[in-house]
Design a binder for this molecule. Structure first.
Ligand SMILES: [Zn+2]
Length: 203
C-alpha cells in the first residue's frame, strides 16, 4: 500500500498530530532549522503511521517506525522498520511540500519528487545511473521529465534495498508529484488523505 499527499493535507488530518511522535523523533526534529523541511519530515512520519495502521489494523501509536543504519550500526537514522515485525516493510519520502509512504509484506521503497524538479548535473547522473538508461531518457520528447522519472525509480529501488522488485510509477497531476514504489508485493496506490481514510486511488 502506498500513499502520496501534500504536507499540508497530512498536517490537517484530524487523527494526525505531533503528539504521536516519539521522543527520539522530536529530538531529531529539533535539529532541523528550516520550518518547511521540518513540516515535511513530521508529515512523512505521521503519514507512515497512518499507512501502517490502515495496512495492519494496529492503533496509530503502535504503528511507529523505528530506524536502523546498517552503515554505522546505530538506531535513529537509516532504513525505517517496524519493531517486532521484520516481515512488514516500510518506506517514506518527502520533498518540498510532498510526502509519500509505503508499507507491504517484504521489501518496499518509495520516492517522491516535485514534477518540476530536474536532477543533475549530468556528470553526477553519469556516475549514478546506467549509461543506456540516460541515453534513452535523453531521446525522450521531454528529456528533463524522463531523467526525473529515472532518478525517482533509482531512489525507490535504493530504499527498498533489494533487486528484482516490482515497480509502480505514476505522476499525481493534482499535486504535481512524481512517485515510484518498488516492492516485493503488488501495490495499491492512493492520493491524498481525507478524514479517516485515504483519498481516491491512483491510476
Ligand atoms: Zn549511520
Amino acid at each position: 500500500m502506498a500513499v502520496v499527499a501534500t504536507t499540508g493535507e497530512v498536517l490537517a488530518h484530524p487523527e494526525l498530530h505531533e503528539g504521536l511522535l516519539e521522543s527520539w523523533e522530536l529530538r531529531r526534529l529539533a535539529r532541523i532549522r528550516l520550518p518547511s523541511r521540518r513540516d515535511d519530515v513530521v508529515a512523512a512520519r505521521l503519514l507512515l503511521r497512518l499507512c501502517v495502521a490502515r495496512f495492519t489494523g494496529w492503533a496509530l501509536r503502535e504503528s511507529a517506525p523505528a530506524q536502523f543504519c546498517a552503515e554505522c550500526g546505530r538506531h535513529g537514522h537509516g532504513r525505517p522498520y517496524l519493531r517486532g515485525h521484520p516481515g512488514v516493510g516500510v518506506s517514506l519520502s518527502h520533498a518540498d511540500g510532498l510526502v509519500a509512504t509505503a508499507v507491504g509484506p517484504g521489501a518496499v521503497g518509495v520516492d517522491v519528487e516535485p514534477a518540476t524538479r530536474r536532477p543533475g548535473p549530468l556528470p553526477v547522473l553519469r556516475r549514478l545511473l546506467p549509461e543506456a538508461e540516460l541515453r534513452e531518457a535523453a531521446a525522450q520528447p521531454d528529456p528533463g521529465a524522463a531523467l526525473l522519472r529515472l532518478w525517482v525509480r533509482r531512489e525507490a529501488l535504493l530504499k527498498a534495498g533489494q533487486d528484482g522488485l516490482r515497480l509502480l510509477e505514476w505522476t499525481d497531476q493534482q499535486r504535481s508529484a512524481v512517485v515510484t514504489v518498488a516492492s516485493a508485493a503488488p501495490v495499491t496506490a492512493s492520493s491524498g488523505v481525507v478524514g479517516g481514510v485515504f483519498g481516491s486511488g491512483a491510476e
